[in-house]
Design a protein around this ligand. Structure first.
Ligand code: ARG
Ligand code: ZN
Length: 475
């Protein structure tokens, strides 16, 4: 094919423009006001997890259409088959000729942008898409990714099970901090919150439990499709699509929140008895933190274990047993961690400190151990114990879930409460949620707000409690 006169004319114009404006020669390509197409970064810029999340895009919505089944008989080690179509609405935050999503252990077979098939490839845990036309800053597109593969039992950098964890009767899906990429193409960092919708198809008899409200379920030819709607902005690590033998229990809590619990019927009644306290706890935490921020709540109690519980948004996950203190902890996370999420993973103490402190508050409310007694218990740890070696506000990626993040984090909040008084402390808690809810915040945001609300200079206080790897003695 010969070049069109138009294209020749344009090429000629560009050459002339370059020779006539030598000032531009050393500048980056493109002229002011014209697009400068680049590759989106392969990570969101979090030093603890450099490849988590992606640069240049802001995901607005994930529509996850999943089909999942276990082979019969179940292989050892356990494996499942997951096939998905992820329909992702995203906005370009820079001019892009390519952008990434995170995808780990699964293979994409087709990527469609605004209805047209696009070039893509997969390098390690990154799916790279080259959209044409290229994206200009502010462009919103729909990216449909067909993908799938064999599911296993993935682990995080500490070796703990997480992500899409295959079980005997389905999967436990709990992805903190960066495990969502094991089950869908995702911008896997809390700074990129989005809304979610799910259609999960599983063999008849299995139940798929996701975030938000159950829209319905439909059975055809031995398969059941479960439809869930989660319209509240959510960090990717809080998404779930847990599959298994579950009994669903729905009711409305005293504060008006719709509750949907999913409990494995193979468990003894004692494993989930504390869920009956959810309604009272919602009222209690609303009083402390403000209105419950989401469209629903509830618990998943599975008969398999990842070794911990997770505050999956609107639907907390419990391994084998939902103990009362943990039920309070995961519920409090809905405000502290989920509605207000960490801006960097280094800020994890804001999640775990608040959730642990909330559990202390609940215990005191119930007439058991008081917050002061729990504080004294933490402070009875000898000064030479390794517990005090953690810099709470900069723990490193291998210590996100160290005991100190939880217990010294909670003790920090109790000491702060004593320091600034109950009035300022609970005003701080409510303002924190109101101001940063729906997004993320950092330790610097928290210390600044604490000083603002209390009117006190707290630099010395936070230095001792959050930044010094020693047991606090004076503050
Ligand atoms: N945030 C959870 C909780 O406090 C713990 C998550 C642990 N995650 C992990 N990958 N080890 O209950
Ligand atoms: Zn927690």
């Amino acid at each position: 094919m010969t070049a069109s006169p138009l294209r020749l004319a344009l090429a000629g114009t560009a050459a002339v423009a370059l020779t006539l404006t030598p000032a531009l020669a050393g500048a980056a390509p493109g002229r002011p006001g014209e697009p400068r197409f680049q590759e989106g970064a392969d990570g969101a810029g979090d030093p603890y997890f450099p490849l988590a999340g992606n640069g240049g895009i802001d995901v607005l919505h994930y529509d996850l259409d999943l089909t999942y089944q276990l082979p019969d008989p179940a292989p050892a080690p356990l494996e499942g088959q997951l096939d998905g179509v992820a329909t992702i609405e995203l906005r370009a935050t820079q001019d892009l000729h390519r952008f990434n999503l995170d995808l780990r252990g699964l293979t994409a077979s087709e990527v469609v942008v605004d209805g047209k098939s696009m070039r893509f490839d997969q390098v390690e845990n990154e799916l790279r898409v080259s959209p044409r036309p290229k994206l200009k800053t502010g462009d919103e597109v729909t990216v449909e990714i067909t993908y799938g593969g064999t599911t296993t039992r993935p682990t995080d950098i500490e070796g703990a099970l997480y992500g899409w964890v295959t079980t005997r009767d389905g999967a436990m899906v709990v992805s903190e901090p960066d495990g969502s990429a094991t089950w869908f193409p995702v911008s896997d960092h809390p700074t990129d919150k989005a809304t979610y919708a799910y259609e999960i198809t599983v063999p008849e008899g299995s139940v798929a439990v996701a975030n938000g409200l159950l829209e319905g379920s439909e059975t055809n030819d031995g398969w059941t499709t479960w439809t869930w709607d989660a319209p509240d902005p959510m960090a990717a690590y809080l998404a779930t699509a847990t599959v298994g033998d579950f009994e669903l229990d729905s009711y409305v809590a005293a504060n008006g929140t719709q509750i949907i619990d999913a409990v494995d019927p193979g468990l003894p009644a004692s494993a989930s008895a504390s869920l009956a306290l959810t309604s009272d706890m919602l009222v209690f935490f609303e009083d402390a933190f403000g209105p419950y921020p989401f469209n629903s709540y509830g618990a998943i109690v599975d008969d398999d274990s990842v070794g911990y519980a997770l505050e999956t948004q609107t639907r907390s996950f419990f391994s084998r047993r939902a103990a009362e203190g943990t039920v309070a902890h995961e519920l409090a996370h809905q405000w502290m961690g989920n509605h207000v999420s960490p801006g960097r993973w280094a800020d994890i103490w804001l999640n775990e400190g608040w959730a642990s402190y909330s559990s202390w508050m609940w215990s005191e409310e119930q007439g058991r151990t008081t917050a002061q007694e729990n504080f004294e218990d933490v402070m009875s740890t000898p000064a030479d114990d390794g517990f005090w070696d953690v810099v709470v506000a900069e723990p490193g990626p291998l210590c996100l879930f160290c005991g100190a993040i939880y217990d010294r984090g909670a003790a920090t909040l109790h000491a702060l409460r004593v320091e600034i008084g109950d009035g300022a402390f609970f005003e701080l808690a409510k303002t924190w949620v109101a101001e940063f809810g729906g997004g993320t915040a950092t330790t610097a945001d928290f210390t600044a707000l604490a000083e603002g609300v209390s009117g006190q200079d707290l630099e010395g206080f936070f230095d001792v409690w959050l930044y010094t790897p020693e047991k606090p003695t004076t503050w």
